[in-house]
Design a protein around this ligand. Structure first.
Ligand code: G3H
Ligand code: 13P
Ligand code: ZN
Length: 297
């Protein structure tokens, strides 16, 4: 991520849950000759089991012709982060964004201390990724990342990458009205913080995929994400890691629905999940091109 920030591109960090999503991402990265981050959330660890998901992702990383990082996404406490450091993750996120500044710094510092001893890098988050629409100016100030606080946080904790809140949120319903990131705030953070910055909640929610899903029975009206132009601007202002989960889920779901509708006699899981995996792969490849990481491996 350090070369990415220095050279004005970003690495895609894609959430994986199972074999299909892992294959989709590693195949996309290989075809695009792009470095890639595969990230695993605590809820995936509960769903798949740590040993299973690690084996799948490690197998992909070992056989890939490009660099693949295995990252803990939204580590919720010290114990989870420590377990992942021990288990061979290349980086971990400790998400103390809902704690006070002091508590978040202290927790992050504890994780940095154990992770760095093993050569594992650490991402933390300052500010909250809650919806910002319909909030007063003071409320927005309270949840979006403050540039001075960000500089102090990085200095205090020794963290390697910082997730910032500039108006994105997780999921498929990011904006009720105009989609707009606080790029001025990002510029101010970028001036004070030189480590790679991370953008969570960065899915674009492509309308053609939403329409395809709805055509085959989904109920996803009003889904809206981040315009691609704003992602490009964010990269030019220091974002070097971009988290994508929702767009992959949408592609997967729309394709499963399409196959089941168009091929009612099909009951081989591979014939249903295979096309869904390919749909996720195409989304991941288009992100790598958008983020500028294609050809960088
Ligand atoms: O923020 C990360 C994900 O989009 C949520 O993932 O449902 O695996 O916890 P999860
Ligand atoms: P999206 O929901 O926008 O894909 O964000 C995913 C994310 O931030 C995972 O940490
Ligand atoms: Zn996130």
């Amino acid at each position: 991520m350090v070369p990415a920030r220095k050279n004005g591109y970003a690495i895609g960090a894609f959430n994986v849950q199972n074999l299909e999503s892992t294959l989709a991402i590693v195949e996309a990265a290989a075809e695009e000759k792009s470095p890639v981050i595969m990230q695993i959330t605590p809820s995936v660890i509960k769903y798949a089991g740590l040993a299973y998901i690690i084996s799948i992702v490690k197998t992909a990383a070992q056989s890939a012709p490009v660099p693949v990082a295995m990252h803990l996404d939204h580590g919720e406490d010290f114990e989870t982060a420590a377990k992942c450091v021990e288990a061979g993750f290349t980086s971990v996120m400790i998400d103390g964004s809902f704690l006070s500044f002091e508590e978040n710094s202290a927790l992050t510092k504890r994780v940095v201390d154990i992770a760095h001893r093993k050569g594992v890098s650490v991402e933390a988050e300052l500010g909250k990724l809650a919806g910002v629409e319909e909030r007063s100016v003071e409320e927005k100030e309270a949840i979006l990342t403050d540039p001075d606080a960000a500089a102090e946080f990085v200095e205090k904790t020794g963290v390697d990458a910082l997730a910032v809140a500039i108006g994105t949120s997780h999921g498929a319903y990011k904006f009720k009205s105009e989609a707009k990131l606080d790029l001025e705030r990002l510029k101010a953070i970028s001036k004070k913080v030189s480590i790679p910055l991370v953008l969570h909640g960065a899915s674009n929610v492509p309308q053609w995929i939403v329409e395809k899903a709805n055509k085959y029975g989904a109920a996803l009206s009003g889904a809206k994400g981040i315009p691609e132009e704003q992602i490009k601007q964010a990269i030019s202002l220091g974002i070097a890691k971009i988290n994508i989960d929702t767009d992959l889920r949408l592609a997967f779901t729309a394709t499963v629905r399409e196959v089941l509708t168009n091929s009612p006699k099909e009951f081989d899981p591979r014939k249903i999940l295979g096309p869904a995996k390919d749909a996720m792969k195409e989304v991941a490849k288009s992100k790598m091109r958008l983020f500028g990481s294609s050809g960088k491996a």
